[in-house]
Design a protein around this ligand. Structure first.
Ligand code: NDP
Ligand code: MG
Length: 380
């Protein structure tokens, strides 16, 4: 298998490269192309270790620096969005791991589909913002789309062998994040340092904040709607504090099938790389004896209004999920720069959603234009 990794320097990208190493001698995965944005040191290190044909740096200055640094090798270095597209569409590649964070991943991932690449999808924002177009293109170009998000991988695994059976409910699990059990009042003064401390997962900054606000679960509801063709009303969020059950599917006979493992993104990444096969993994085996018990709660949509807003935007459909996503990206960045408080993230998303009219069946151009407009008109 020949792969490209969009976002190889991130939390998912680096773990994907670990999986490639873990699978050596079991399944040959050749890393043909990688990309990053700001972490030139790590990109150089990855390029020297995995010897891809091509490396792209989204930041043009960074691309120049990396080109100089890799001048003793025959690795091609490219820059900017065009460079990311080259990584996404490289001839020798059959599978692209889409692990850029946020809206920036949309164009290269769409180009990858259009050039017939199978997609291992971590970048949930692409499905949230352009789910209708994304899924149509996957069908049109006959490529496979394998979920990397742990919940969606769990749902996908729970669906195996059941393609003819009707789904009654999808039970999407959530850890509850670092602020589980708190009230809105108690969250008034929390700092980014507190929000960045996730109890169970170590991830990039944006998704860690999304987990703290539970916007992440809201985005995942929309992601599940597109990936599995289920209505938002048939997706129920279940807080599973230990992050052992990664999600579940309930069938008509009310039987519930789940996927369990200790929290590790290497598990869903590996499954996306080896599907339909399962291969040995260095991950620790579950010990039910050590676990003792699993705890479940209902999600609190009052404190975590981002979850309710995402559901609402997802149900409205059209361009609303694009506006939700753009507003959330603006707000999370502002929070990370200490410009707004934690509760203001949800307030800003709510206010921004209320400002715009819906567009039914948006085109890809509508989506890019709306994202630009929302970012231009709602600066923090
Ligand atoms: P990180 O922030 O750790 O990594 C993001 C990657 O994207 C890095 O390689 C970064 O490059 C690159 N990047 C950032 N901005 C741009 C840009 N404007 N153009 C091109 N590349 C860019 O994020 P994660 O790995 O945590 O998340 C990646 C995606 O996977 C997200 O959509 C997230 O929701 C999803 N996901 C992540 C999980 C996790 O456990 N981390 C779990 C499930 C889903 P650089 O570092 O060089 O600046
Ligand atoms: Mg997830």
């Amino acid at each position: 298998m020949n792969i490209s990794i969009l976002g190889s320097t991130g939390s998912i990208g680096t773990q994907a490269l670990e999986v490639v190493n873990d699978l050596k001698g079991i399944k040959d995965i050749n890393v043909k192309a990688i990309s990053g944005n700001s972490n030139i040191d790590l990109l150089e290190k990855q390029a020297r270790e995995f010897k891809p044909e091509l490396v792209a740096v989204a930041d043009i200055c960074g691309a120049k620096t990396l080109k100089d640094r890799l001048s003793d090798t025959d690795i091609k270095v490219v820059g900017g969005e065009e460079g990311l597209i080259e990584v996404a569409t490289l001839d020798s590649v059959d599978t692209v791991l889409a692990s850029i964070v946020g809206f920036a991943g949309l164009k290269p991932t769409v180009k990858a589909i259009e050039s017939g690449k199978n997609i291992a999808l971590a970048n949930k924002e692409t499905l949230v913002t352009a789910g209708n177009i994304f899924m149509d293109k996957v069908k049109e170009y006959g490529v496979s789309l394998l979920p990397v998000d742990s919940e969606h991988s769990a749902i996908f695994q729970s669906l195996q062998g059941n393609s003819h059976n009707k789904i009654r409910r999808v039970l999407l699990t959530a850890s509850g994040g670092p602020f589980f059990g708190k009230t809105r009042e108690e969250l008034k003064n929390v700092k980014k340092e507190n929000a960045l401390k996730h109890p169970n997962w170590s991830m990039g900054a944006k998704i860690t904040i999304d987990s703290a606000t539970m916007m992440n679960k809201g985005l995942e509801i929309i992601e599940a709607k597109w990936l599995f063709g289920v209505d938002i009303d048939d997706i129920e969020v279940v807080v599973q504090r230990e992050s052992i059950i990664h999600s579940m599917v309930e069938y008509e006979d009310k039987s519930v099938i789940a996927q369990l493992s200790y929290p590790s993104m290497k598990h869903p990444i590996q499954y996306a790389f080896t599907y339909p096969e399962r291969m040995p993994s260095p991950d620790k085996a579950l010990s039910f004896k050590d676990l003792g018990k699993l705890t479940f709660f209902e999600a609190d949509e009052e404190t975590f209004k981002c979850l309710a807003l995402a559901k609402k935007a997802g149900k409205m459909g059209g361009i609303m999920p694009t506006i939700l996503n753009s507003a959330n990206e603006i707000a999370v960045e502002a929070f990370l720069r200490d410009r707004i408080s934690f509760n203001e993230i949800g307030d800003f998303v709510e206010k921004t959603l209320a400002k715009y009219r819906n567009i039914e069946n948006p085109t890809l151009d509508d989506i890019f234009e709306t994202d630009r407009m929302v970012r231009g008109e709602n600066k923090i």
